[in-house]
Design a protein around this ligand. Structure first.
Ligand SMILES: Cc1cc2nc3c(=O)[nH]c(=O)nc-3n(C[C@H](O)[C@H](O)[C@H](O)COP(=O)(O)OP(=O)(O)OC[C@H]3O[C@@H](n4cnc5c(N)ncnc54)[C@H](O)[C@@H]3O)c2cc1C
Length: 527
């Protein structure tokens, strides 16, 4: 394929790779974005879905990270209203004065002291942290923090035998970061159409570099090959490796020698529709300490509740991560400890998911102490003529825009170009079709399958198989009663659109049902 220079190959279509692609295209740089799976099929889909400053990072002395994240939180609330909404959170607190020593140790050692340094935080310490958080946020649109006695009318009924106070503060939530990521790519495509900059998204593809050339090869497993593009060779000016927890593996494919950069950890969540838990939350989230001192969130999510997360070192490929029984028991026990009167039990889980945090390799003694700060590694090309490679390490949903800005500035600098357009005040719509955008606002769909939306996602949103549609476009994974009939209907639409063979519809449905069961513990009803 011949491409007009400058042209950047972005590896990874998670929130960061997609935000980087958007920023580059907006600035007239051609982009080929390649993902070995679907868009947003990595950590982006399996996160806690908070747009937050990271209250607990204050204890690790990461003031710059908190300030930057809070500024981005404010921006996203203003500019991405289709996706990001304010969320009130409450911290149940047991004692008046506890936690100072361990907090001071965490602060002084930057988390290197380990898990033993944790201890329940008392109400004075929590309020001091929240006061600082409010000061850093400088946000006049969200209420300031407040403290309440347990049992106060209108507060969640946490266990009064354990807790005495509830400290309230505000952050934000992106219900579906999967759709947010696609919105970034909608914006990138619109910018490319306006400027003429080449822009292409190739999902289920992989890239191998040799010298100046990169061969982009379709992945054969798990996807119907009908209509897929043939392998092609490109010669990008720069490669951006935004493959999340797979950064080291992608570097090997690019033949880049590098010390190990990543130290990923797994975090699991579950989703429940336990009616009394939903009622107890009353639209607010709970941010509590589990028995081992780890933070656990109990969050409203549409008409359900999301609970997470764990934090366990994880070296295997991220796509193999699944929540284990032990993790689910730990999360269930934490909810039962906060709300013992609700009778919450393991059988109340609707489905679960596990994601792998793209954290840097670290000598912190506890995984909680590993920095959530992002970094960019500039690999020197080993051979003459080989394109420079930039690897993105870490990053949060919350900071995707600013991370993309930093990476794009680095790329523009290398290309000898200057920035024309900034994303700092650029709104992010769900998509540019108002009728479709309105439907996105009401996902997962109620009533019948929105066939027009499914077709739109296939034609305009790079959806190629049932998993793409169910898990990351129509958000049917989050539907309380997903049926085999719906899966059949979607598979038929995929066949009509030339993505799967008509004869293999039943096979695709069976594969989708098996994946939903194994990967998510999600039941599909016969009808
Ligand atoms: C449990 C958990 C909870 C979290 N909670 C929050 C939160 O509440 N708020 C917050 O702000 N952040 C949170 N995060 C962090 C946030 O989700 C991630 O930092 C962010 O999603 C990373 O995005 P990414 O695009 O860098 O990586 P990913 O989303 O992992 O995307 C990487 C992409 O690269 C692709 N890929 C991999 N290898 C290759 C290859 N060789 N070639 C091409 N493509 C490849 C993958 O398929 C994937 O789509 C959480 C993360 C986890 C795991």
């Amino acid at each position: 394929m011949s491409v007009a220079a400058p042209h950047v190959l972005v590896l990874g279509g998670g929130i960061n790779g997609s935000a980087i692609a958007r920023d580059l295209v907006l600035n007239g740089v051609g982009v080929t974005l390649v993902d070995r799976g679907d868009i947003a099929s990595g950590a982006t889909a399996y996160s806690s879905r908070l747009i937050h400053g990271g209250l607990r990072y204050l204890e690790f002395g990461e003031f710059d990270l908190v300030r930057e994240s809070l500024a981005e939180r404010g921006r996203l609330l203003r500019l991405a209203k289709d996706h990001v909404r304010p969320l009130e959170l409450m911290i149940p607190v047991a004692s008046r004065g506890g936690g100072w020593t361990s907090a001071a140790l965490r602060f002084l050692t930057g988390g290197r002291l380990g898990a033993k340094a944790t201890g329940p935080r008392g109400v004075w310490l929590v309020r001091m942290g929240l006061w600082l958080y409010d000061r850093y946020a400088r946000d006049e649109t969200l209420p300031k923090h407040s403290a309440h006695c347990v049992g106060e009318p209108g507060t969640p009924p946490v266990d009064a035998a354990t807790y005495r106070w509830l400290c309230a503060y505000w952050d934000a939530q992106v219900e579906f970061p999967e759709r947010f990521t696609i919105a970034l790519l909608h914006d990138a495509r619109a910018a490319a159409e306006a400027s003429g900059a080449p822009f292409e998204v190739l999902t289920y593809h992989r890239a191998w570099r040799s010298g100046a050339q990169v061969e982009i090869v379709p992945m054969d497993a798990g996807v119907a090959a009908v209509g897929s593009a043939a392998s092609r060779i490109i010669e990008p000016d720069i490669i951006v490796n935004a493959t999340g927890a797979s950064v080291d593996r992608a570097l090997a494919d690019l033949a880049i020698e590098s010390p190990r950069l990543m130290g990923p950890t797994k975090g699991s969540h579950f989703v429940t529709r336990h009616a009394r838990l939903i009622e107890a939350l009353g639209g607010r989230g709970i941010y509590a300490e589990a028995a081992d001192g780890r933070p656990v969130f109990v969050l409203p999510l549409g008409d359900a509740v999301l609970v997470g997360t764990t934090d366990i070192p994880f070296d295997a490929p991220p796509e193999t991560a699944v929540a284990t029984d032990a993790e689910l028991d730990y999360l269930v026990a934490t909810v039962a400890g906060i709300f013992p009167a609700l009778g919450f039990a393991r059988g109340d889980i609707d489905f679960h998911y596990a994601g792998v945090r793209p954290l840097p390799r670290s000598d912190a003694a506890s995984t909680a102490g590993v920095t959530r700060r992002h970094a960019i590694v500039d690999h020197k090309p080993g051979e003459s003529g080989a394109p420079p490679v930039l690897s993105v390490i870490g990053g949060k949903l919350t900071t995707c825009r600013v991370l993309a800005e930093i990476v794009a500035d680095r790329v523009l600098d290398k290309l000898g170009r200057s920035r024309q357009i900034s994303t700092r005040e650029r709104p992010l719509r769900a998509c540019d079709d108002d009728a479709i955008a309105a439907q996105f606002g009401a996902l997962p769909p109620r009533g019948e399958i929105p066939e027009d939306l499914a077709r739109w996602s296939i034609r305009r949103e790079w959806a190629t198989n049932l998993a793409d549609l169910v898990e990351r476009r129509l958000m049917l994974l989050y539907h309380p009663r997903l049926t085999r009939r719906w899966l059949r209907r979607l598979a038929k639409i995929l066949a009509d659109e030339g993505k799967v063979a008509e004869a293999s519809i039943e096979e695709h449905v069976a594969d989708a049902i098996a994946r939903l069961a194994e990967h998510y513990g999600k039941r599909v009803y016969d009808d």
